[in-house]
Design a protein around this ligand. Structure first.
Ligand code: DUC
Ligand code: ZN
Ligand code: ZN
Length: 460
């Protein structure tokens, strides 16, 4: 039985228009004004926005952080359910191998975690944490099975590779016009500064951001972009968080380099004063890069507004405050890095971006859905409401108000960094490939997600 969504306003990154939408099976099959029921079940969506399902291109739903085998608080089941409840219909999770493991084995492991558990559609960025001839040979194998984006690290001793290895990986990735995203922080400098503070007995969460100042990120961004220029590869910078890094991006773009920039809600709506909270509270915000100063936040908003920032994803990586973050009670460097956020991104960006007048709803759609789909080869299957696209549709009610709370969240973690923040608007219902999976904000059908095979994107 087909479904007719009647009377809503369909929004894309470019425009909005009042138009009816017919769904049949998994797809959008017809759009137009005053469509007749023609045997469809009619849902009156007047007064609501119809938004393309949001895509979160940066999650760690399942991460073992390599420090004492600590796994994330969320897993694919809980994280994806929290995501879809608030309108995120696709995640691109960071598949992260252990040292010595092949990319194929990592892919199998991630499929095992996601298949039958995910409540939203999913794919992965494959992380390259070491470089050798067999990993090199696996790049093409990954692309052949639909994994067309990769991730590398310039910090974290258990994950990072050398510059020369990043360069070689880039040249291999370039052969297939695939996408690379890199975590840009100067790992050597971070290690030095951690060692120094620890030696001085400066052990509280207050010191975490001081080990990773803006120059640590900006230097790595500049170096990464220079390496990418040498390799001739368009690249993505994940979780860019500082004004100085954005300036490095501007310089590279002025030299005609193609650079994509992702930032995250935490860098737009939170700031580094939170590390000075009472007791051990600051540990809740220990993530890398760390929360930044207000001047960085302002620069990032400017970048979001003027298009220097391309996408907003979350870097969702949840660790419980009790029993996980507390491992670093006497030494901030032992606090597992990461914060939850896959659930809160749409409401935060709508509230603090759209309703404040900083950005239009159209721009939000670009940042959270359409431009992500284009960058990561999901478009036009995802990222747009148009005929033949997957019927991933968020029925967005702009006239609601809420408060983010750890007690009501679906994320399986004992705190939220946004606790107490007011929100406006929310996903009233959500269709995932034509199936209503969320109604009145409640997940009514879970574990309906499937793997999305990606071909090489034509946009870069
Ligand atoms: N940063 C985090 O804070 N957690 C996960 C990985 C990352 O880069
Ligand atoms: Zn990272
Ligand atoms: Zn990450």
């Amino acid at each position: 039985m087909s479904i007719l969504l009647k009377g809503g306003t369909v929004v894309s990154a470019k425009a909005r228009r009042q138009v009816d939408v017919r769904i049949d099976g998994e797809k959008i099959v017809e759009m137009g004004t005053n469509l007749t029921a023609a045997g469809s079940t009619v849902e009156d969506v007047s007064g609501y926005f119809l938004l393309p399902g949001f895509i979160d291109a940066h999650t760690h739903l399942e991460l073992n952080n390599g420090k004492g085998s600590m796994g994330t608080a969320d897993n694919f089941y809980t994280g994806s359910k929290a995501a879809v409840a608030k309108g995120t219909t696709t995640v691109i999770d960071m598949a992260t191998p252990s040292k010595g493991s092949s990319l194929q084995d990592c892919l199998k492991a991630w499929d095992h975690l996601a298949q039958g558990n995910s409540s939203c559609d999913y794919t992965y960025h494959m992380s390259i944490i070491e470089w050798n001839p067999s990993i090199k040979a696996e790049i093409k194998e990954m692309i052949d099975v639909g994994i067309t984006s990769f991730k590398m690290y310039m910090a974290y001793d258990n994950l990072r590779t050398k510059d020369a290895e990043i360069f070689e990986a880039m040249r291999e990735i370039r052969k297939y016009q695939a996408m690379l995203g890199v975590h840009c922080e100067n790992g050597d400098m971070v290690n030095e500064m951690i060692a120094q503070f620890v030696a001085e007995g400066k052990l509280s969460p207050h010191y975490h951001p001081l080990t990773r100042p803006d120059s640590v990120e900006a230097e790595a961004v500049e170096r990464y972009l220079m390496i990418a220029d040498l390799a001739g590869l368009p690249v993505n910078i994940v979780h860019l968080s500082t004004k100085r890094s954005l300036e490095a991006v501007k310089r590279a773009r002025a030299c005609n380099q193609k650079v994509y920039v992702e930032t995250c809600p935490q860098y737009l709506v939170l700031d580094d004063h939170l590390y000075d909270g009472p007791g051990f509270e600051g540990a809740k915000y220990v993530c890398s890069p760390p929360l930044r100063r207000i001047c960085d936040q302002d620069a990032l908003w400017d970048g979001v507004i003027n298009g220097q920032v391309n996408t907003i994803s979350t870097d969702h990586c949840s660790f419980n405050f009790n029993e996980q973050k507390t491992i670093g009670k006497n030494d901030f460097s032992k606090i597992p890095n990461g914060m939850p956020g896959v659930e809160t991104r749409p409401e935060l960006i709508y509230t603090y971006g759209v309703t404040t007048g900083k950005i239009s709803l159209e721009r939000m759609i670009g940042l959270l859905s359409e431009d992500i789909a284009k960058q990561f080869a999901l478009y036009p299957q995802k990222g747009i409401i148009q005929v033949d696209s997957d019927a991933d549709i968020v029925i967005w009610d702009p006239n609601t108000a809420g408060v983010i709370s750890a007690t009501t969240q679906l994320q399986n973690v004992d705190y939220t960094p946004y606790d107490g923040m007011q929100t406006k608007g929310h996903a009233r219902s959500v269709y995932l490939r034509g199936q209503k999976v969320v109604e009145h904000g409640q997940v009514i059908a879970e574990r309906q997600g499937k793997f999305i095979f990606r071909k090489i994107s034509k946009t870069h």
